[in-house]
Design a protein around this ligand. Structure first.
Ligand SMILES: Nc1ncnc2c1ncn2[C@@H]1O[C@H](COP(=O)(O)OP(=O)(O)O)[C@@H](O)[C@H]1O
Ligand SMILES: Nc1ccn([C@@H]2O[C@H](COP(=O)(O)OP(=O)(O)O)[C@@H](O)[C@H]2O)c(=O)n1
Length: 292
């Protein structure tokens, strides 16, 4: 049976476009449960673009012929959670700058979808206005696409997972568990104050822009559009959603020992000092996504 399996893999390799793909990238695949003789065959599949089809075809064969499982180096993911206004968007660019992660903000990806006037754009806009969580399949697809398009394999994913459905969908579709969850803990009163302030700053910018000549105003207003959800009514709804649906997700990860809690009430600089000490402990390249 082993010989047959090897020959199937060989013929798959010989006819697959992957075999002729670039070979200089480091090996991405590891086999678990198969003897070493299988490894070199599989290490020739090094083009990440073909990952899905190769994974499918190899595991497809393996399922019928032996209980083999294919593993590959999955990206390292850190979820960044905290109430609206807790400072996620302020701290993430600093993490990028200091630790070389790619920052993916779920809210920004959804906003880009609204602005692209895609099929789902209007629906997403309505969820956002109401402070509701957009259906997970949409958000997870956007995150997955962004991850696949990135050369970076270390991601901080900000504002996700916002509820249990988000969490389960990511695990089922992307099949990656977070290395840890960075949690910006901040009291409700402070969150409200900060979000209202964020919108006032934007409104002030728009007033300034309105006093400018038309062509400058048009340019400015594109950059300084206020958020549809930073008003007192929607803020109340967003906070309710946060306490009712996001905190349980944070508690879930806490029960798994995965939460790194940061006191987000202090100054931006002090908060980042704590963030730095959490990331400094991170191993350089993590191997995630095994059976753990
Ligand atoms: N530690 C902090 N102290 C005071 N204000 C802060 C702090 N962190 C962020 N802010 C301000 O609070 C507002 C919300 O921060 P932001 O990073 O956009 O939050 P989030 O992305 O979590 O919604 C912004 O106007 C930001 O400048
Ligand atoms: N995982 C997510 C993240 C954001 N969103 C939507 O996007 C809105 C804004 O999220 P955001 O992360 O940009 O902003 P904050 O609420 O953190 O300030 C949320 O209120 C939701 O309507 C979502 O539906 N699902």
């Amino acid at each position: 049976m082993a010989t047959f399996f090897v020959s199937r893999l060989k013929s798959e390799r010989d006819t697959s476009p992957i075999a002729s793909g670039p070979q200089e990238t480091p090996p991405m695949y590891e086999l678990n449960g198969l003897s070493g003789e299988w490894l070199p065959l599989l290490l020739t599949y090094t083009n990440p673009k073909h990952l899905n089809s190769v994974t499918k075809s190899i595991t497809g064969m393996a399922k019928t012929e032996m209980e083999a499982k294919l593993f590959y180096r999955k990206p390292l993911v850190v979820f960044v959670l905290g109430g609206p206004g807790s400072g996620k968007g302020t701290q993430c660019p600093k993490i990028v700058e200091h630790f070389g992660f790619r920052h993916l903000c779920a809210g920004d990806l959804l906003q880009a979808e609204i602005e692209s006037e895609s099929e789902n754009g209007k629906m997403i806009q309505n969820f956002k206005k109401e402070g509701k969580i957009v259906p997970s399949e949409i958000t997870v697809k956007l995150l997955q696409q962004a991850m696949q398009q990135s050369d970076n394999k270390r991601f901080i994913i900000d504002g996700f997972p916002r509820n249990e459905e988000n969490r389960a969908a990511f695990e089922n579709i992307v099949r990656i568990k977070p290395e840890f969850v960075l949690f910006f803990d901040c009291p409700e009163e402070e969150l409200t104050k900060r979000i209202l302030n964020r919108n006032q700053v934007t409104l002030l910018h728009i007033l300034v822009a309105e006093s400018l000549p038309m062509h400058l105003f048009t340019t400015f207003s594109v950059f300084l559009k206020g958020r549809v959800d930073d008003n007192i009514e929607t803020i109340g709804k967003r906070l309710k959603v946060y306490f009712e649906t996001t905190l349980p997700v944070i508690n879930y990860y806490n029960s798994k020992g995965k939460v790194q809690k940061i006191d987000a009430q202090r100054s931006i600089k002090e908060v980042f000092e704590d963030v730095k000490s959490v990331f400094a402990k991170l191993r350089p390249v993590a191997r995630v996504g095994s059976t753990k």
